[in-house]
Design a protein. Structure first.
Length: 318
């Protein structure tokens, strides 16, 4: 049996999305079987790539260059599904990269149990989105996607605590914020396949945020660090680094300010602007889910900033 770190690197070095996720799920099954049988398992070490292997399509573009589409049409909803599939494929790599890149740091086996399971579930999520796209006559790679998804991983290559703070506790937490709105879009379109898939994703992503919180707090306790200020400092440093790569700095926290938001800003639809009401459906009707996301891509203006659910990230279950 390969070491777990070798498995992680094998996934990261596989380009095709379906092949990558099949390998991911196979390795997760091997790990789970060995753990259930009480077999000795070896974490090992490996040298993960700076960037995971990617298929030739989709074409990766800067966020501002990705076309925006309204979700009232099948084309717009396919663009939304394509964006989610892209997010989920990046999530597969993020979780295996966490295992491989920090395998030299001694952690309890439960840490690896959690992140192998999370990688397995992200693999399932990617395939669910691909199945939905194919049922609509499309496929992953049929349209461009944004190239900014790996930025948080690059900025935390040598920062274990920072990686846990930013990826599960911020990026995935933000996904929880926006997924119910996406579900409503497909409920309105009476697309039961997509609604079922998104409900599976929503339920399972809650645990991923909890894993991040649990192991972030574990490491803070082991190193005698106060988790709240360290979390805030980690997010602030990453958000300022990210802002240097953007064409606009709107919605990026000022240096020294608190980097945490509690959700998307209310967006008034045209009908309600004058009476100052917020239309919930228009709030949910994001023209493209940018969402893994918080590296928060607001579909209306492609601005960039961090957002996090305080209940899950700071006060959630451990």
């Amino acid at each position: 049996m390969m070491t777990l770190a070798q498995m992680a690197c094998a996934v990261l070095n596989t380009a095709d999305g379906r092949e990558k996720t099949a390998l991911s799920r196979g390795f997760a099954a091997q790990w789970s079987t060995a753990r259930a049988a009480g077999d000795d398992v070896e974490i090992g070490t490996c040298s993960p790539p700076d960037m995971p292997a990617r298929p030739k399509a989709p074409e990766l573009r800067a966020p501002r260059d990705v076309p925006r589409r309204k979700t009232g049409s099948i084309e717009g909803r396919n663009a939304l599904l394509h964006a989610v599939a892209h997010i989920e494929l990046n999530a597969v790599d993020l979780h295996w990269d966490l295992i491989a890149r920090f395998s030299h740091i001694q952690m309890p086996l439960g840490f690896y149990d959690d992140w192998v399971k999370a990688a397995d579930e992200e693999s399932k999520h990617f395939n669910l989105m691909c199945d939905c796209l194919e049922a609509h006559g499309s496929f992953y790679g049929a349209m461009p996607a944004h190239a900014g998804m790996w930025r948080a991983a690059q900025d935390t290559q040598s920062d274990f605590l920072g990686r846990l703070a930013v990826v599960p506790m911020v990026l995935e937490a933000r996904g929880l914020d926006v997924t119910p709105g996406m579900i409503r879009i497909f409920e309105n379109a009476e697309d039961t396949q997509v609604v079922a898939a998104l409900n599976v994703i929503y339920a399972e992503e809650v645990a991923h945020v909890a894993y991040g919180s649990k192991w972030f707090h574990f490491l803070c306790g082991r190193d005698d660090l106060d988790p709240k200020p360290f979390f805030i400092a980690s997010c602030a440093s990453i958000s300022m680094a990210l802002s240097n790569h953007l064409s606009t700095k709107k919605n990026v926290p000022r240096q020294g300010s608190h980097p945490i938001f509690t959700g998307p800003s209310p967006m008034k639809c045209r009908h309600h602007r004058r009476c100052d009401r917020v239309c919930e459906q228009k709030q949910a009707d994001l023209s493209e889910y940018k969402g893994f996301a918080s590296i928060k891509f607001v579909a209306a203006d492609w601005s960039f900033g961090y957002s996090v659910r305080k209940d899950t990230a700071l006060g959630g279950p451990l």
